[in-house]
Design a protein around this ligand. Structure first.
Ligand code: 4AZ
Length: 295
């Protein structure tokens, strides 16, 4: 999981320098977002890495697809090697629908550029790549931000492993533990490697009192987001290439999708837990966008 997250809201000198250095010819046509924040581009432009950080993810363990049947990966279609092509996670929420993060679709030129990888928890094993015939980032999401960081991806083929959406309130999240999963890198290297094997890690819900405090994320935390991790100690978190993937909540009645991996300052740092999109806020949007195929 990855390097220091550059806050795209406030383009500090490092951000500006990074954009200038990496996008010299295209500076004027490039939006105010660090290239390292574009998962698809990270997958297709290997040389664009280079932020430094000493953060790392720990506490994850190998996970089986059977225990996370809704987990899929988004891969760059033009690279047949999944260990390089994987750029985001996603969750199956209906027979043809995958829920992911809107920022995962940044820089994706068209549907043909991406595939949905299903049927494997190991990036170097076969699996199947399914055709995407439509995708839709939330209309309120702005390319330079993280609010409304939610998107739907439509598969031309039938998907299995659907997870139920959590539609209750987040008032019940206090003291709860969720599970986040993905193929994100497990340790920082200059070119952060993904995990070949699917990883899963329990993350504790962190309330707005802490996560929205000035030492944490302040007003960057919107009502469409919640935090999870280990606030005090850090160490358990999602990171680069986990984006778009699921945070689930296991309850007596079943397992529910509560969050989508979205952003965070660094990965696994104390007082900087992972930030997730609150799926329950988007139940109506999902219902409308999927023409009631998911509700
Ligand atoms: C990312 O860049 C990213 N620690 C995803 C999750 C987190 C940080 C960054 C949370 O895709």
């Amino acid at each position: 999981m990855r390097a220091k997250h550059i806050n795209p809201f406030v383009p500090g000198w490092t951000t500006i320098l990074l954009v200038v250095m990496t996008f010299r010819p295209a500076i004027f046509s490039t939006p105010q977002i660090a290239t390292t924040d574009i998962p698809y581009k990270r997958a297709v432009d290997r040389h664009l890495h280079g932020l430094s950080s000493n953060t790392r993810i720990s506490g994850g363990h190998d996970a089986k697809l059977a225990d996370h049947p809704w987990q899929v990966a988004l891969v760059a279609a033009d690279d047949s090697d999944n260990t390089r092509a994987e750029f985001c996670g996603g969750a199956v929420i209906g027979e043809h629908w995958v829920l992911t993060a809107a920022h995962c679709l940044l820089g994706v030129p068209n549907q043909a550029a991406i595939k949905i990888l299903v049927g494997t928890d190991t990036l170097d094993a076969a699996g199947r790549r399914l055709t995407v015939d439509y995708f839709k980032p939330h209309e309120n999401w702005v390319k330079t931000g993280h609010d409304f960081d939610i998107a739907l991806v439509h598969s031309s083929e039938v998907l299995t492993g659907t997870v139920a959406l959590w539609k209750g309130t987040d008032a019940q999240f206090e003291n709860q533990t969720f599970v986040v999963s993905g193929w994100g890198a497990i340790a920082w290297k200059p070119d952060p490697p993904r995990s070949i094997k699917l990883q899963a890690v329990p993350v504790k819900f962190v309330g707005k009192d802490l996560c929205g405090s000035p030492v944490s994320y302040g007003s960057r935390l919107t009502d469409n987001m919640f935090c999870a991790g280990d606030y005090k100690n850090g160490g358990v978190d999602a990171c680069t290439y986990d984006s778009g993937g699921p945070a689930t909540w296991s309850r007596q009645a079943g397992i529910y999708l509560v969050g989508i991996v979205s952003w965070g300052d660094g990965c696994g740092e104390a007082k900087k837990p992972g930030v997730y999109i609150k799926v329950s806020n988007f139940a109506q949007w999902i219902k409308t966008q999927t023409h009631q195929e998911v509700f």
